[in-house]
Design a protein around this ligand. Structure first.
Ligand SMILES: [Zn+2]
Length: 87
């Protein structure tokens, strides 16, 4: 999945689409991360995945405050870590 939008300007279409993708991803994988799909851990620069918010509010945070740039593997949102295998 292309996650370059994380570094895009917050006012760009690319960024807005990325935020929607992130929200859809979180909902799809809610079962892995202990979310109920309505409330999701917020990955904005202020919450730092530390607060669980309504999707509506979280979207506002991501659009207004910005997405945490270092958060590229969405482990708090149900993404499973692919641990490197020993060859
Ligand atoms: Zn937030």
């Amino acid at each position: 999945m292309d996650r370059n939008w994380i570094n895009s300007l917050r006012i760009s279409d690319e960024y807005e689409r990325g935020v929607e993708e992130f929200i859809q991803f979180s909902k799809r994988n809610a079962i892995n991360s202990g979310h109920d799909g309505e409330k999701i851990r917020c990955s904005c620069v202020n919450c730092l995945n530390g607060r669980i918010l309504d999707v509506k509010i979280m979207r506002e945070h991501l659009l207004c405050d910005g997405f945490l740039r270092s958060y590229k593997t969405w482990t708090w949102h149900g993404e499973l870590l692919n641990l490197p295998r020993v060859p």
